[in-house]
Design a protein. Structure first.
Length: 441
């Protein structure tokens, strides 16, 4: 790799100002995107089985609701391919504005979908289509948010921390979605299933307006500007990255098994498991996940910072190993039946995840050459949605139904951790190296 560093053409003070604006724009934008994505997961566990599949027994209704939830994950690699192409062709900024609009409009429309009693199965069909659009939007969001922040970073020694801030949008999204759901659950009471759950979806349009206002004010990254200046824009970046860097794409997806699959067990499956199997109150589970997201406010950027010190790969391997063990502790605490221990399990659940999620953005994005980076990083990251995050609540529900013990789910988490440990050990690590010059790809 060349030692040349791309210049932004700005003074140090101006560059620092743009870096701050880029980090804020990326973090606020991802917060809004994940708010949209997570309120669906919360509603899928609490409301959708009865509202859209009322004639099914509780288990079948939960599986059906999580099936529509899974469709959003199918849409994520599609969004990665579509918006990765344009992100590498026309720039990071314009693409990010489009993804935010798509996600926000789809979320707003979900609030207006009639239930089974009004239009029968068509409610579930419309819900599924809108969930697909949500997935496509979020599929294009992540890569652009990470790059808009990371490619404004001047030094090599803080990229892990800078790139972790878009990841910070995830706990912020969880916090907002669960806080709003909790508030409207308490406010609407018995009418929560009738109309209370719809208000958080409607509020999405307000957040989208705020996000657009912030994103319009940022500049394109110096790295992309240099690609344009050097006439290095690819005509078909998705095809090119699949041909030139297939190993990085595959490894990017596989390292996420230990991060993404447990995450959606800890933040989506837990609602159905906590209220249905453990008979805990809806408010207790929501509040516990809310507290877990607050801890992530610290653990995600801290893990990103630590990866700048000890290396991305090493930090990731530590996180994957801890997650594999924690799954058994988690379900032992849940299985105790003690409300206190259940709360402790849920509150601590995201820390092992964050040990991987903090350094993950830089680890994946740094692995791809600049002219193919949006496409490659997005595709690798979002392919995990099909093999990890999307099926995780379904697999967890099916395993518990078959074996009637949470330890079956813990074994599944441990299996995911093993896959990630092997894959992370094979992942290239560019910690501390210049990532502005073209790689041999």
């Amino acid at each position: 790799m060349s030692a040349t560093t791309v210049s932004s053409g700005l003074t140090d003070a101006e560059h620092s100002k743009q870096l701050r604006k880029a980090v804020i724009a990326a973090t606020v934008g991802t917060t809004i995107e994940w708010y949209d994505f997570f309120i669906y997961g919360t509603a899928a566990g609490l409301v959708f089985p009865n509202l859209f599949f009322p004639n099914s027994d509780p288990l079948v209704g939960t599986l059906a609701a999580f099936s529509t939830y899974f469709i959003g994950f199918v849409g994520r690699p599609i969004g990665a391919a579509i918006f990765g192409h344009y992100g590498d062709r026309i720039g990071r900024k314009a693409t990010l504005i489009t993804t935010l609009l798509l996600m926000g409009i789809a979320t707003f429309l979900i609030a207006l979908v009639p239930g089974y009693e009004s239009i029968g199965i068509w409610g579930a069909v419309i819900l599924t289509l809108l969930r697909m659009l949500q997935g496509i939007g979020v599929g294009g969001e992540w890569g652009g948010s990470v790059l808009i922040a990371m490619e404004w970073s001047k030094g090599h020694g803080n990229r892990g921390l800078v790139a972790s801030w878009p990841q910070f949008g995830v706990p912020c999204g969880i916090f907002l979605s669960n806080a709003v759901m909790l508030a409207f659950s308490a406010w609407s009471g018995a009418d929560f299933v009738a109309w209370g759950w719809r208000v958080p979806f409607l509020l999405s349009i307000v957040l989208v307006g705020i996000g657009l206002w912030i994103r319009v004010g940022i500049l394109e990254t110096p790295v992309f500007k240099q690609l344009v200046q050097d006439n290095k824009i690819e005509k078909a970046p998705i095809l090119e990255v699949v041909k030139k860097q297939p190993k990085q794409i595959i490894l990017s997806a596989l390292i996420r098994m230990a991060e993404q699959a447990p995450f959606y067990i800890f933040t989506a499956f837990i609602f159905a498991y906590g209220t249905g199997t453990l008979h805990m109150s809806r408010e207790l589970v929501l509040s516990s996940v809310l507290a877990a997201s607050l801890l992530s406010f610290v653990s995600i950027p801290l893990s990103g910072h630590l990866s700048d010190k000890i290396g991305r790969r090493k930090m990731y391997l530590i996180g994957a190993a801890v997650t594999g063990v924690f799954g058994f502790i988690y379900f032992a605490l849940l299985g105790s039946g003690s409300p206190t221990l259940v709360v402790i399990a849920i509150v601590l659940s995201l820390i092992p995840h964050d040990m991987m999620y903090g350094p993950q953005a830089a680890l994946i994005a740094e692995a791809f050459t600049p002219r193919l980076r949006y496409s490659g990083a997005s595709l690798g990251y979002q392919l995990a949605s099909i093999i990890a995050g999307g099926p995780a609540p379904l697999i967890a529900t099916a395993l518990f139904a078959a074996y009637h013990t949470g330890y079956a789910v813990a074994i599944y988490i441990a299996g995911c951790a093993i896959v990630s440990l092997i894959s992370a050990a094979m992942m290239p690590d560019y910690t501390g190296q210049d990532i502005s010059a073209e790689y041999d790809a």
